[in-house]
Design a protein around this ligand. Structure first.
Ligand code: AMP
Ligand code: MG
Length: 417
C-alpha cells in the first residue's frame, strides 16, 4: 500500500533522477582512440561509424539442402515436374557449368545458386530417380533463396560510434570482413577500500576485524564494465595513508574509486584530503541502500566514493558509477529495462527514499511474472545481492507494500549478471 509521507521530512536528500544528470555533467567521454584487431574488440566501445563494404549476403545462396532450378521450368504450381540433374553446388564450391532448360542442380545450404536459377526446392519435397528429379509441391518463385544484399547493401551503415562490441557485433563485423576496428581507449580505474577493521582474505581476523569484501565485488563489477582495474588494497583510516593512496591512484587512472569513509563522522579524512588535493562534493541521495556518495576530482582523475556497507557499495556502483563510467567510455546512453511483476512476499518500507530491494524474478505456472524479496534487506547483507536477479523499485514516498501488488522490477543487466 502506498503511503504518502511529508516530502519535506528529509529536505536534504536528492532524488536519484535529479542527482544522476548532475553527476554525469561532471565527466567527459574519452576522445583517445586506438585501432585493435577484431578479436580484441569484445567489450570495447566503437569510435567510428562503420558501413558495410560488401553486399550481405555477397551472392544468392540456398537456405536449404535441395535442388535449384528455374521457376519458369515448372509445369504448374499444382503438379509435379521432373527436371534433369546437371551438377551440384556445394558451400564454397560453385556449379561451373551452363544451365539448360528443364534442368536442376543439387544444392547445399549456403551454396551459390547458379546464375539463371532462381528457386530452391527442399530435398524432403523431391524424389530422385537417377538423374531425374521430381519436384513435388512446388513453392513460389525465389523460394529458399537468400538474395544477394537482402540483409545489407554495400555502403549501408551497420554500426554507429558509441556502441559496445558484444558477441553479435563481433560476428556482424566479421561477416562484413572487418579485421581492424577503431575503438576508444580503455578506461583505467584504481580502487581501494578504507577501514581499520578490514583485513584481506587469506589473513586471520583479530577481534573487531572483518574481511574486506568490497574490493572483490568492485573488481567483479569493473571487469563487467570493461575497464582496466588497478587494485590498491586496503588503506587504514589514517590521513597520510589515504593521501598517499589517493595520489598514487590519481597518477595512474582515469577514475579513483574508494569504498568506505564517506558516511557522517568518517568522511572527515576523505574530505580533508580531497579538499587539499582536489575537490569533493558529498551527495545525500534519496536512495536505499546507499545514501552517502561522494564525487570529485583529484589530479586528472574523477573520484567516486562509495559507501562501505557491501550492498550499498554495489548498488551505488550500479546506479551511479556505472552510468558515469559509461559516459566516460564514450558509450551511447541506454535506458534500463523495467517490467511489472506480482509481488509474492510483502515488502516493508519507510517512506522517504527510493529503494532498490533485492528480488528474485520468475515466471509462475500461469506464465505471469512474479517477484519475491530475497529475505532481509540489510545494507550489510551481501547474500541478498547474490540471491537476487533483479531490483524491486519502490518509489520515494511509497510505504509498506502488500503481497499481490504489481510492482516495478529492474532485471539485473550484464554488470550484475
Ligand atoms: P563506512 O562506510 O566506512 O562507514 O562503513 C560502513 C560499514 O561497512 C561498516 O560496517 C564497515 O565495517 C563496512 N565496510 C566498509 N568497508 C567494507 C569493505 N571493504 N568490505 C566489507 N565491509 C565493509
Ligand atoms: Mg569505514
Amino acid at each position: 500500500m502506498s503511503v504518502k509521507a511529508d516530502p519535506c521530512s528529509q529536505p536534504s536528500l536528492m532524488h536519484p533522477d535529479q542527482a544522476i544528470p548532475k553527476l554525469l555533467e561532471q565527466v567527459r567521454p574519452v576522445t583517445d582512440t586506438e585501432v585493435v584487431t577484431l578479436p580484441e574488440t569484445l567489450g570495447r566501445v566503437l569510435a567510428e561509424d562503420l558501413a558495410s563494404c560488401i553486399d550481405l549476403p555477397p551472392f544468392d545462396n540456398s537456405s536449404m539442402d535441395g535442388y535449384a532450378f528455374r521457376f519458369e521450368d515448372l509445369n504448374s504450381l499444382t503438379h509435379q515436374t521432373t527436371l534433369t540433374l546437371i551438377g551440384s553446388s556445394f558451400a564454397g564450391h560453385c556449379f561451373e557449368g551452363e544451365i539448360t532448360p528443364k534442368s536442376c542442380v543439387r544444392i547445399m545450404t549456403g551454396a551459390p545458386v547458379p546464375a539463371g536459377y532462381d528457386t530452391v526446392q527442399m530435398q524432403e519435397e523431391t524424389e530422385a530417380d537417377g538423374n531425374l528429379i521430381q519436384i513435388n509441391h512446388p513453392k513460389s518463385k525465389g523460394a529458399n533463396v537468400r538474395r544477394r544484399g537482402e540483409e545489407l547493401r554495400q555502403g549501408t551503415k551497420v554500426l554507429k560510434a558509441g556502441v559496445e562490441i558484444k558477441a553479435a557485433e563481433l560476428g556482424v563485423l566479421a561477416t562484413i570482413g572487418v579485421s581492424q576496428v577503431q575503438v576508444y581507449r580503455q578506461l583505467k580505474v584504481a580502487f581501494f577500500s578504507t577501514g581499520d577493521e578490514l583485513r584481506p582474505v587469506g589473513s586471520d581476523l583479530a577481534p573487531g576485524q572483518i574481511y574486506d569484501s568490497n574490493r572483490y565485488s568492485i573488481q567483479g563489477l569493473l571487469s563487467r564494465a570493461n575497464v582496466e582495474w588497478i587494485d590498491l588494497g586496503v588503506i587504514p583510516d589514517d590521513p597520510e595513508a589515504i593521501r598517499h593512496a589517493f595520489r598514487n591512484a590519481a597518477n595512474q587512472a582515469d577514475m579513483v574509486l574508494t569504498s568506505g569513509g564517506v558516511s557522517v563522522g568518517e568522511a572527515d579524512f576523505t574530505k580533508q584530503i580531497l579538499d587539499e588535493e582536489g575537490q569533493i562534493t558529498f551527495w545525500k541521495l534519496a536512495i536505499k541502500p546507499g545514501k552517502p556518495f561522494a564525487m570529485g576530482r583529484i589530479g586528472k582523475a574523477v573520484f567516486c566514493g562509495l559507501p562501505g556497507n557491501p550492498v550499498s557499495s554495489m548498488v551505488t556502483f550500479y546506479k551511479l558509477v556505472w552510468p558515469i563510467l559509461n559516459k566516460m567510455q564514450g558509450l551511447t546512453p541506454s535506458t534500463p529495462l523495467f517490467v511489472n511483476a506480482k509481488l509474492t512476499t510483502p515488502i516493508r518500507k519507510q517512506p522517504g527514499r527510493v529503494e532498490y530491494q533485492r528480488g528474485i524474478l520468475s515466471r509462475n505456472a500461469q506464465g505471469e511474472l512474479e517477484v519475491a524479496i530475497t529475505g532481509s534487506q540489510g545494507s550489510g547483507m551481501l547474500t541478498s545481492m547474490m540471491l537476487a536477479n533483479c531490483f524491486v523499485l519502490l518509489e520515494q514516498f511509497q510505504g509498506d507494500t502488500p503481497e499481490g501488488t504489481i510492482v516495478t522490477v529492474e532485471p539485473f543487466n550484464s554488470v550484475l549478471c
